[in-house]
Ligand binder design. Structure first.
Ligand code: 13P
Length: 341
């Protein structure tokens, strides 16, 4: 795989006003989500839920790629069609989450380091053979008193860079995801300071690990007030602070930035992405989405395990996909939400 095909995949993932659906919840997280709407989590219900999203007609107009979990990458629809084939028919590129989760970092009071490097070269070769053309690895950074530590950022940046280098060797575009969590009462300014420091450490590690920046996507958090912060920042403040942070910390060679939603509501996530693109045209990288909850919440609730609700759930999913695609072009408005009612 040449560097130019990695670049082409990365550009396709953020081109034509499209973005990414993160449907790579681990079995544990997927079980929590399904139980939340009264559905028992089995291999079949997880398949039915994911299959409902992937088969929504026209999803490929707004969604360029789907991040899958190991189980899902290997699954077929109830009618026996591999999910990878279904996605390709929808003009959607299959991707795969390859980290094995965030674990306690030794010697800290609960800071996390993401694991999954052992055997990764072999797993990536298999994932490529199964059809995955991009991957995801998520580092989790918590803001608290005296946190994050330099040690935590260094360990996570190192792991992200080793993962990214292995992906590129395997012909797979790495999505590099250092998530600074929204949990806590920190201000917008503190989020910006920590996120900028995180990006500086991550790009320094990517440089040392010889990763070609043209062949990656960055998946960052937005610069946003902590969930419990009093007087949370406005949509425009979030948009301006996020763009300023990214301009200061993300090299122009990176083709695209695909935000996570991180616990924002569906409407908030669309409004923030829209404000960034509407207020800041002409930036060096495309700014799009790689949302999990902000694309799935309404669809999951509408579906709730009922086969006869599939059309309504698919409509709910397509509505969010359409809104976020508009936001990626700075063309989203509140009126779009009303149209769907
Ligand atoms: P959320 O958009 O729900 O934060 O999920 C995105 C994701 O993939 C987190 O790793």
């Amino acid at each position: 795989m040449t560097q130019s095909s990695l670049q082409e995949t990365a550009r396709t993932l953020v081109g034509n006003g499209r973005g990414i659906l993160a449907a790579d919840e681990s079995t544990g997280t997927c079980t929590k989500r399904l139980n939340g709407v009264g559905v028992q989590s089995t291999e079949d219900t997880r398949r039915d839920y994911r299959g409902m999203l992937f088969s929504a007609a026209g999803a490929g107009d707004f969604i360029s790629g789907v991040i899958l979990y190991d189980e899902t990458l290997r699954q077929k629809t109830a009618a026996g069609k591999p999910f990878t084939e279904l996605l390709l028919e929808q003009n959607i590129i299959p991707g795969i989450k390859v980290d094995t989760g965030a674990k306690n970092l030794a010697g800290t009071a609960g800071e996390k380091v993401t694991e999954g490097l052992d055997g990764l070269r072999e797993r990536l070769a298999e994932y490529h053979a199964l059809g995955a053309r991009f991957a995801k690895w998520r580092a989790v950074i918590r803001i608290a008193d005296g946190e994050p530590s330099h040690y935590c950022l260094d360990a996570n940046a190192h792991a992200l860079a080793r993962y990214a280098a292995l992906c590129q060797e395997a012909g797979i575009v790495p999505i590099v995801e250092p998530e600074v969590l929204m949990d806590g009462n920190h201000t917008l300014e503190r989020c910006e300071q920590v996120t900028r420091w995180t990006h500086e450490m991550v790009f320094n590690a990517l440089y040392h690990h010889r990763v070609a920046l043209e062949g990656i996507l960055l998946k960052p958090n937005m610069i946003i007030s902590g969930k419990d912060c009093e007087g949370r920042a406005s949509v425009n403040e979030v948009a301006d602070a996020t763009v300023s942070c990214l301009l200061n910390s993300v090299p122009a060679a990176v083709p695209g930035i695909v935000f996570l939603s991180g616990g924002q509501s569906e409407v908030e996530a669309s409004a923030h992405l829209n404000a960034m693109n509407a207020r800041h045209p002409g930036l060096p990288w495309a700014m799009s989405f790689s949302y999990g909850r902000a694309l799935q919440q309404s669809a999951l609730k509408t579906w709730a395990g009922e086969a006869d609700k599939i059309p309504a759930a698919q409509a709910a999913f397509l509505h969010r996909a359409r809104c976020n695609s508009a936001a990626r072009n700075g063309k989203y408005s509140e009126a779009m939400e009303a149209e769907a009612r």
